[in-house]
Design a protein around this ligand. Structure first.
Ligand code: HEM
Length: 125
């Protein structure tokens, strides 16, 4: 069993991403950053990316190429506020998952690190 399977496979990541986007879709800070009609598309892209990252199917790269996530986030203004709101919703979604505590911690540590690396606006702006 690889990490992806141990974490619960597709069901887990689907639950995580759908919970997260349900919160984002009504969030006053984040909602305006996402495409008007394409919340489903955005959710699908995050789902494919996370599945691939944790050892699941490589559909993300087949469809989107190399992730280059920092570059793909460059068009959006991501400061500490946006990062904190993103993390707040992701934390709620992670908390709801049924997963071994050590795996959950690993997942959360990664998301925290990744969210920090996506900040592209200096402090105080
Ligand atoms: C720090 C706060 C973050 C904000 C405000 C943010 C915002 C966004 C926005 C507005 C998009 C465009 C939606 C779309 O796909 O149409 C996007 C795309 C995406 N984000 Fe984030 N994001 C953040 C952090 C992260 C993190 C930490 C990850 C990964 C762990 C991530 C993974 C992705 C992926 C995979 C896409 C789709 C890229 C593509 O293939 O085009 N994001 N994000």
């Amino acid at each position: 069993m690889n990490l992806y399977e141990e974490m619960g496979g597709r069901d887990t990541f689907e639950q995580l991403v759908s919970h997260f986007y349900a919160l984002v879709s009504v969030d006053p800070v984040l909602r305006p950053m996402y495409p008007d009609e394409d919340m489903k598309g955005a959710a699908e892209r995050l789902l494919m990316f996370l599945e691939q990252y944790w050892g699941g199917p490589h559909t993300y790269s087949e469809q989107r190429g190399h992730p280059r996530l920092r570059m793909r986030h460059a068009p959006f203004s991501i400061g500490e506020l946006e990062r904190d709101v993103w993390l707040k919703h992701m934390k709620s979604a992670v908390d709801e998952l049924e997963m071994k505590p050590e795996l959950k911690e690993q997942l959360w540590d990664y998301l925290l690190m990744a969210a920090n690396s996506m900040v592209n606006q200096p402090r105080g702006f």
